[in-house]
Design a protein around this ligand. Structure first.
Ligand code: FES
Length: 138
């Protein structure tokens, strides 16, 4: 299996990996194909994603695509971030082997879940804080 240099770089030196204590929203999704799990935290100020972190039990391709996705969405408005797809992230990394495409879906879905979580909290007027929630498999 061939990985591009960009994929290897993000796999070996992941950007924005870790926890976030004061997250505005958190999204956790599982991959229906392999069972791996991804969590993304976002910090939102004035509708802009000012910080983003990810944690995953996924494989190297999941790590690389999440790392790239966090890099792409940092500084974007929520609306812009919602338009980011796994395809865009894969293209930014120079592509993935076909059997690994499903891994790249995790970052997109977890990001969208984190944005939904933030919006739901905002509507309910709840204090934005990260909490454990059920894993949805995508
Ligand atoms: Fe599960 Fe890649 S094999 S995320």
């Amino acid at each position: 299996m061939e990985y591009t240099e960009q994929v290897m770089d993000h796999f070996m030196n992941p950007r924005n990996m870790g926890d976030m204590e004061d997250a505005s929203g958190v999204g956790t999704v599982g991959n229906a194909k392999c069972g791996d799990i991804m969590r993304i935290y976002i910090k939102v100020e004035n509708d802009v994603i000012t910080d983003v972190k990810f944690k995953t039990f996924g494989c190297g391709a999941a790590i690389a695509t999440s790392s790239k996705a966090t890099e792409i969405v940092k500084g974007m408005t929520l609306e812009q971030a919602e338009q980011v797809t796994n395809k865009m992230v894969m293209e930014a990394l120079g592509g993935l082997p076909p059997v690994k495409v499903h891994c790249s879906v995790l970052a997109e879905e977890a990001l969208h879940a984190a944005i939904q979580d933030y919006r739901a909290k905002l509507e309910k007027g709840e204090a934005p804080e990260a909490e454990e929630e059920e894993v949805r498999y995508v």
